[in-house]
Design a protein around this ligand. Structure first.
Ligand code: ZN
Ligand code: ZN
Length: 348
């Protein structure tokens, strides 16, 4: 079969190659890959800046935003041939730490977790893949063109769960959410904000292209003005930050409502310095009982929440997030990023 493989750490090593067909171990599904979403992490790995091959191997099968169709399922597994599924990315560390031991491997404390397509486990960028039945989620049949969006949505579902838990420490009836960044994570965060009945606002820099319309089609409000002015006018109860831009991060967390919750989901490059009045930031957070949370990855519950959220969403809206589809043989083209794409998908 064909697979998208890379030698982590070596720029320019991404290629579509022949690899052996997989054989399911006991308790595993055999899945025919349908499609794979590509994100910033995949591009970092392709540039040689991130990623680890499986122990003893040089190459890694890339890909963690999966969608496939079950070809073989163990008896009594609850899965059947032809089910649509998506695979979970992370696996618990071998110790395991207390979080991993409780199924919260998204909160792993020792960093020794593994991740399909990223860290020491082959990913889902191949025409067939196997997955243990406890690390896979069924996908609604209506999502057969967009089900690879469940993985990024799982990251967002976790962020929302963290916001709920932090908000739940006192009276919490949020009305307004500001999402910064209208990439896939920001738009999917806004989708869930609207599904929750919140007054949802999305801020990005662009004034044209599909993003403003996608936001408006949700029934949310699009902003492209200066982040300080937008946040000051809104005084949001919740901020979901998805740009990773330091200036945006510090602007929003100083302009929440009292008891505001800011959830950071964007990873910034280190070494970019901005001037911040650290005393003013501290004062704002203390005097308003504000909270800033970082959130990454997702566990099985978040995948299920994500699958439910997308099953309730408008499929046409989800399809519009996918601005480009390429065939596996042309997969390298999915890694050209001129900034105009929202989500690029490789058809397997
Ligand atoms: Zn991703
Ligand atoms: Zn752990």
């Amino acid at each position: 079969m064909r697979a998208l493989t890379v030698t982590p750490g070596r720029p320019g090593s991404l290629e579509v190659a022949d690899v052996p067909d997989p054989t399911p171990a006991p308790g595993e599904l055999l899945v025919e890959g349908i499609a794979l979403g590509v994100c910033g992490t995949d591009r970092e790995i392709a540039r040689g800046e991130y990623g680890w091959p499986p122990p003893g191997a040089q190459r890694l099968v890339l890909g963690h935003e999966s969608l496939g169709r079950v070809r073989q399922a163990p008896d009594g597994s609850g899965f059947a041939v032809d089910d649509l599924v998506t695979g979970v990315v992370r696996r618990p560390d071998p110790v395991p730490c207390g979080a991993c031991a409780r199924g919260e491997f998204d909160m792993c404390r020792n960093g020794r977790y593994t991740e399909r397509g990223i860290k020491e486990l082959d990913g889902y960028g191949s025409q067939q893949w196997c997955v243990p039945t406890e690390y896979v989620v069924r996908v609604d049949a209506a999502l057969q063109r967009v089900g690879m969006l469940i993985e990024p949505t799982s990251v967002v579902a976790k962020a929302w769960e963290q916001i709920d838990r932090v908000g739940g420490r006192s009276w919490f009836e949020p009305r307004t959410v500001l999402v910064t960044g209208a990439g896939p994570i920001g738009l999917l965060a806004a989708l869930i904000g609207v599904q929750r009945g919140l007054d949802t606002h999305v801020l990005d820099r662009v004034t044209d292209g599909p993003k403003p319309k996608l936001v408006r089609d949700l029934g949310a409000t699009y902003h492209h003005e200066d982040v300080d002015a937008v946040a000051m006018a809104l005084q949001p109860d919740i901020v979901i930050e998805a740009t990773g831009a330091a200036a945006v991060v510090f602007a929003v967390l100083q302009q929440t409502s009292a008891y505001g919750v800011t959830c950071l989901t964007g990873v910034s490059p280190a070494g970019r310095h901005i001037q911040v009045d650290a005393g003013a930031v501290n004062r704002e957070i203390v005097l308003e009982n504000d909270v800033v949370i970082g959130s990454v990855n997702a566990n099985l519950n978040h995948y299920r929440q994500a699958a439910d959220a997308l099953a309730r969403a408008d499929v046409g809206w989800l399809e519009a997030l996918i601005t480009r589809r390429v065939r596996l043989d042309d997969a390298l083209k999915a890694f050209d990023d001129d900034g105009s794409d929202i989500k690029v998908v490789i058809d397997l």
